[in-house]
Design a protein around this ligand. Structure first.
Ligand SMILES: [Zn+2]
Ligand SMILES: [Zn+2]
Length: 110
């Protein structure tokens, strides 16, 4: 049986949890679009989009999520996109190279 090797990888904080307020199409309401864990199964999480509007509540999707996702405002960078980046060498807590925001360490099996 091959030995499981785990490495520390980095992911932008926007991959762990992210929130954005979106104005309704009529402009009189604000909905909250979220990216984050939607379902926890034992110790693993399933990530996905949610929105506080009625459309999402009844149809599990809505235009707010669609436009937010397509606009690319959520950074969504992770080390897989830039595997050559070696933060440990710098000996300091890294920043997301894409948006400059905080990052989070996670373990990956290779
Ligand atoms: Zn919505
Ligand atoms: Zn980022």
């Amino acid at each position: 049986m091959p030995q499981l090797i785990t490495l520390t990888a980095w992911t932008c904080r926007t991959n762990v949890g992210w929130v954005k307020d979106v104005l309704s199409s009529s402009g009189d309401k604000t909905y909250t679009v979220r990216w984050g864990p939607i379902q926890a199964q034992k110790r693993s999480y399933e990530y996905g989009w949610t929105c506080t509007c009625l459309g999402f509540k009844y149809h599990n999707s809505c235009t707010h999520i669609k436009t937010t996702r397509e606009s690319g405002v959520r950074c969504a960078w992770n080390a897989d996109l830039d595997p050559a980046l070696d933060y440990n060498r710098k000996g300091q807590w890294p920043q997301c190279p894409s948006c400059g925001g905080p990052v989070k360490a996670y373990k990956v099996a290779v």
